[in-house]
Design a protein around this ligand. Structure first.
Ligand code: GNR
Ligand code: NI
Length: 177
């Protein structure tokens, strides 16, 4: 397994629409293993392949809380499709490894049903609510080139992008010194 670099906004590669996979083979599983390691290292609770510069429809997630000593519960989603979304909405404060250190409330359907292909290439379905529903929708957005800041007002989004550019410039200066 290997750690991969997470791309941060504003980077045009995060806007790509990811391609579906024809099958889940060892190369796909190696990608998923690298993604999981990168996500745990960050740390984060989800990661889409496009965030490491691979525009394929692959997502990894783990919502187990590490602090509470829970065992790891990695989840793998290939070619996920939204089958159903509730009319009921829920608001959750979201963050994104590609939008470092910035958080904002986003409203989404409270519950969703998705179909996907798992780590072993098997077709699966999942009903999600709570944080699982939030994270799944956040990750599936990445596959369409959408970030959580794209759900905010233009003013808020542009403020956040300015902060990201400023933070990146500060980091670059630090490296140069
Ligand atoms: O680590 C993450 N935390 C998070 C918190 C609230 C809503 C969504 C997320 S996903 C994010 C990791 C990430 O950027 N995945 O794309
Ligand atoms: Ni994200």
């Amino acid at each position: 397994m290997a750690l991969r670099t997470i791309i941060t906004a504003p980077d045009p590669r995060l806007k790509l629409v990811s391609d579906p996979l024809q099958e889940v083979d060892d190369t796909t599983r190696r990608l998923m293993d690298d993604m999981l390691e990168t996500m745990y290292d960050a740390p984060g609770i989800g990661l889409a392949a496009v965030q490491i510069g691979v525009p394929k429809r692959v997502i990894v997630m783990d919502l187990a809380k590490e602090k509470e000593g829970e065992p790891k519960k990695p989840m793998f989603f290939v070619n996920p499709k939204l089958i159903w979304a509730s009319d009921e909405k829920a608001i959750c404060e979201e963050g994104c490894l590609s939008v470092p250190d910035l958080y904002e409330e986003v409203e989404r359907p409270a519950r969703v049903k998705v179909s996907y292909v798992d780590y072993f290439g098997k077709d699966q379905q999942l009903d999600a609510d709570g944080m699982l529903a939030v994270c799944l929708q956040h990750e599936m957005d990445h596959l369409e080139g959408t970030l959580f800041i794209d759900h905010l007002s233009r003013l808020k989004r542009e403020m956040m992008l300015k902060k990201l550019i400023k933070a990146r410039k500060a980091a670059e200066r630090e490296v140069a010194e």
